[in-house]
Design a protein around this ligand. Structure first.
Ligand code: ZN
Length: 306
């Protein structure tokens, strides 16, 4: 038996919210269905935020309602507050992901709240969800856990304060996000270990951006200290508002290639995954698509371990 690693595709949420144009709802839903068909076990399909703030997410309710009918895939929706989480619940999302910025500056700019106030909002989400007849998983995503474009360096102590607050609030899982892509591998190891020492297996995953070209190296560093769940975006879609031209999240295809080559089981079919890029070419014709595997093709040396 090969050891499993879970890849969560976040392109339809994190990738699209940075896109210059708006992807048609039908293409978005077809793309999500194709990725589920390629074996992606988890897909973050949208964000319940005001369409005035992020117009690309205006169809999230429709997209979630369609996606939850797909078989064998966990459908995740982002929600910045209780109201968004309630919308995610009503739409049938399997998991809600609530962002909590570790740095004060990013928290104020993004959520108009301090980190402590947002942890309190997460506690309200947990309380509300637990009182509902259907259970929905609650993930808290610690944004700017490895550095912030506004505040600069983020002390590990601040990450631990937020992570402990979220664990105490009763979330099902905590992820650490390198929102702006400033992390390096040694930092990933140190911060992950420090958080593991505080909240144990509640630390579930890493959300990495490839701003500096270190995304895959950072994923490997996380893998080495026991992380088995990674967010990634097809074609590295997205970008970073603070790094023009940079790719967005780590590239799903390249991450899966690394994991499968190393002997981990992702359950993902690489050929089918690469074929999903056609929905991006069709639905976002002006967007730059990234990824080494797509450029080079699956090499003859590649074979999935038995
Ligand atoms: Zn992100």
């Amino acid at each position: 038996m090969r050891e499993k690693v879970t890849v969560c595709e976040v392109g339809p949420r994190d990738g699209l919210q940075m896109a210059k144009s708006r992807m048609q709802t039908e293409i978005k839903s077809a793309w999500i269905a194709a990725m589920a068909g390629a074996g992606l076990p988890e897909i973050e399909v949208g964000s319940f935020v005001s369409p005035k703030v992020i117009p690309q997410m205006a169809d999230t309710d429709i997209v979630v309602r369609a996606a939850v009918k797909l078989q064998g895939v966990i459908i995740v929706a982002l929600a910045p507050n209780l109201r968004g989480a309630q919308n995610a619940y009503e739409a049938g999302a399997h998991r809600v992901s609530v962002p909590v910025s570790v740095s004060e500056g990013h928290s104020r700019a993004n959520l108009n709240r301090s980190p402590a106030e947002q942890v309190a909002e997460v506690a309200r989400v947990v309380e509300w969800v637990r009182a509902q007849p259907r259970q929905m998983e609650i993930e808290a995503a610690c944004s700017t856990a490895f550095g912030c474009s506004i505040d600069g360096a983020v002390p590990t102590a601040a990450v631990l304060t937020v992570a402990n607050g979220l664990a105490a609030a009763g979330v099902d899982m905590v992820t650490l996000a390198d929102t702006v892509g400033y992390a390096h591998p040694a930092q990933i190891r140190d911060v992950v270990r420090a958080v593991q020492a505080e909240i144990g297996s509640k630390l579930d995953g890493l959300h990495l951006h490839d701003t500096m070209g270190l995304g895959i190296a950072n994923a490997l560093a996380g893998l080495e200290v026991g992380v088995r769940n990674f967010d990634a975006a097809l074609a590295g879609l997205g970008g970073c508002p603070f790094a023009p031209g940079a790719s967005g999240n780590i590239v799903t295809e390249d991450l899966v290639f690394m994991l499968e080559s190393m002997g981990f089981d992702t359950g993902i079919d690489l050929d089918k995954l690469l074929a999903c890029r056609r929905y991006l070419a069709e639905g976002l014709p002006n967007e730059g698509l990234h990824g080494g595997l797509a450029q080079a093709g699956i090499p003859k040396t590649f074979r999935v371990a038995a």
